[in-house]
Design a protein around this ligand. Structure first.
Ligand code: SF4
Length: 387
């Protein structure tokens, strides 16, 4: 074994393997330089969820004790594992990158950390190509799946398109901080290549983009065992494109961040679309057989009575369209104020939101009236989906 490793994590949950591949754009380059290793790590739900207990992770071993390891991080508990490894293996240099580190500003991942980061743990938020100073996307995309996976097994894997959102204005989002924009990476349209993978089981492809642009639709091949999952905005831009495109979307699951479907709140958030834009997109996506997961945020600090009335009206209107409601087709999250966003500048105090030593932001403090509005909002949203 060489003393350079390229480590990718995977997990097995709910009868499905989830491969958080990060070296697919440079597989051959990396394989020439070191050994490729798949490392099976439980999901954070299987461990201890948000408790991030040190002892849950400290017994996970690596195959050597001295060298360099490049690691792709897609989930927070993978980052936490690297942090613990860096303490456990002081003679290994850990170079970590990937979607999580694109997503969070590196300066604040260890903001408010209790003790300094281990010196052998380095975070990067460049692509592998940029790090090794080779030209982006010039290598063949490749995914060699872990040996334990059988041909008929269901798998999920990543295919990156861009680590940047073309909109970039929502006040609660990291993209709202212009400081971050220059750090981010975007795959150019010409570099979208067909995904080749030798696997007959069901494949879910997690498209790496914070906001899928429908112009990429026809670049993504339809195969009977493929499903694509991606974040999706619901503005007039998406609507115009979808209206002029014939592709059936029964192989797509779109995750739409609707957050709080009242125009006054959408303007406050700078979402860049209206409630009607969302409904028009939803109707069209549904007619093209796409599956839509809608995400809502409650726990805002600035709701007014009129918003609650308008929230009720929104769902009454939506009911009229008779769009099929798919089980688990919504997620309701409490607002947490991410560090280094425009919202953070407006709401400065609250209960810390951390993962292990990593500070991610805080939950705002709600007064009595806002707590009441939060509960009413949850009840209205749940009522729509439960009935
Ligand atoms: S559309 Fe999504 S990714 Fe883009 S700025 Fe808004 S919240 Fe962020």
């Amino acid at each position: 074994m060489k003393n350079i490793l390229f480590l990718q994590f995977y997990n097995y949950q709910n009868n499905k393997y989830d491969l958080t591949n990060g070296f697919s754009d440079t597989w051959d380059y990396c394989e020439n330089k070191g050994d490729m290793l798949w490392y099976k790590l439980k999901t954070f739900q299987e461990y201890d969820s948000w408790n991030h207990l040190y002892e849950s992770y400290e017994n996970n071993d690596l195959p050597f004790t001295k060298g360099i390891i490049y690691i792709c991080i897609s989930f927070m508990n993978q980052l936490y594992q690297c942090y613990i490894w860096a303490k456990k293996y002081p003679d290994i240099k850990f170079i970590t990158g990937g979607p999580i580190l694109f997503r969070y500003n590196l300066n604040y991942l260890h903001f408010r950390i209790n003790s300094p980061l281990p010196k052998n743990l380095k975070f990067i938020n460049t692509s592998v190509e940029e790090y090794f100073n080779i030209k982006n996307y010039t290598h063949k995309w490749k995914l060699k799946i872990p040996d334990e996976i059988k041909p008929h097994d269901s798998i999920t894997f990543n295919y990156s398109i861009e680590s940047k959102c073309y909109w970039g204005n929502c006040i609660y989002c990291r993209h709202s901080s212009e400081k971050d924009i220059k750090l981010l990476r975007q795959r150019r349209f010409n570099y979208i290549k067909p995904i080749h993978i030798d696997h007959s089981g069901d494949c879910t492809i997690r498209l790496g983009t914070d906001s899928f642009q429908p112009k990429f639709l026809n670049k993504l091949n339809q195969y009977s065992n493929f499903n694509y999952v991606s974040f999706f905005r619901s503005s007039k831009v998406e609507l115009n494109y979808l209206q002029n495109n014939n592709r059936d979307l029964n192989d797509f699951i779109f995750i739409v961040g609707l957050e709080y479907p009242v125009d006054r709140m959408l303007r406050y958030m700078k979402k860049g679309f209206t409630v009607d834009d969302y409904i028009n997109n939803l109707v069209l996506l549904s007619s093209k057989n796409a599956t839509i997961t809608t995400m809502y945020i409650v726990g805002w600090t600035n709701l007014i009575k009129e918003d609650i009335n308008n929230l009720e009206k929104f769902f009454i209107k939506l009911e009229g369209y008779k769009i099929p409601k798919i089980e688990e087709s919504y997620i309701c999250n409490d607002l947490y104020v991410q560090y280094n966003t425009n919202l953070y500048d407006k709401i400065k105090t609250g209960k810390d939101f951390k993962y292990g030593p990593f500070y991610l932001g805080h939950y705002p403090i709600l007064n009595k009236e806002q707590k009441h509005f939060r509960q009413l909002s949850i009840d209205i949203i749940k009522n729509y989906y439960d009935n």
